[in-house]
Design a protein around this ligand. Structure first.
Ligand SMILES: CC(C)(COP(=O)(O)OP(=O)(O)OC[C@H]1O[C@@H](n2cnc3c(N)ncnc32)[C@H](O)[C@@H]1OP(=O)(O)O)[C@@H](O)C(=O)NCCC(=O)NCCS
Length: 183
């Protein structure tokens, strides 16, 4: 099993048995509004489909989504989706009680490091809705920069499209965190 250990958190692949926890944590308007594929309300059935798909996608290398655990509690989710052999898209959310203490930055930095080393990514892409500057700040802290491109991005949680600002990070420009260990 691929494990990423950061200073504070353990990141492990999502398992089907995580569905009840995901059903509780993802049933959150803020998460739904600021991501593409998470509906609101979010049901146990949604979580069962997601966790089953995520576990299979991790095994076949299409998408690597990690549960971010503090002690044994899941507090966030962060992953990369393969676009080509060298290009990946980063995404994440943090559960409401865990926000505002650097969880997204620490987890996304570890997954970025994983993508550049273990998956041999050369470039990571990410995007955030124009009305979600906190996510842009997370990406900036990792080293991403705005490309200047914007696109209309569909969000299930919004029930429509909204302006999304595109960001990217090349492998050479990334300062790998020293504290991340792979197992
Ligand atoms: C956005 C989100 C991931 C942030 O998670 P988090 O763990 O609280 O983030 P961090 O603590 O690592 O960093 C947040 C940064 O944004 C900053 N920030 C917060 N609100 C902000 C705002 N309105 N404008 C600009 N910056 C803001 C914080 O000050 C912090 O930066 P700092 O360390 O320089 O002070 C979390 O709120 C979330 O899950 N939102 C819903 C889902 C989502 O937006 N996912 C991302 C999709 S692109």
């Amino acid at each position: 099993m691929t494990l990423l250990q950061t200073h504070r958190f353990l990141l492990r692949p999502i398992e089907q048995s995580d569905a009840p926890v995901f059903a509780r944590l993802c049933n959150d308007k803020l998460i739904a509004r600021n991501t593409a594929r998470i509906p609101y309300p979010y049901t146990l059935e949604d979580a069962e489909i997601f966790t089953k798909t995520a576990a299979a996608a991790f095994r076949n290398g299409k998408e690597h989504a990690f549960a971010v655990c503090e002690q044994d509690t899941i507090i966030a989710c962060c992953g990369v989706m393969r676009i080509t052999n060298i290009l990946f898209e980063l995404g994440y959310w943090v559960a409401m009680p865990a926000r505002g203490r650097g969880v997204a930055t620490e987890a996304a930095s570890a997954v970025t490091h994983f993508a550049f080393t273990a998956l041999h990514a050369e470039t990571l892409l990410a995007g955030h809705f124009a009305d979600n500057p906190a996510s842009g700040r997370v990406l900036e802290k990792i080293g991403f920069h705005h490309t200047g491109d914007t696109r209309l991005q569909f969000s299930l949680g919004r029930g429509g499209e909204a302006q999304s600002l595109r960001m990217k990070l090349d492998r050479e420009a990334f300062n790998a965190p020293e504290s991340v260990k792979f197992a």
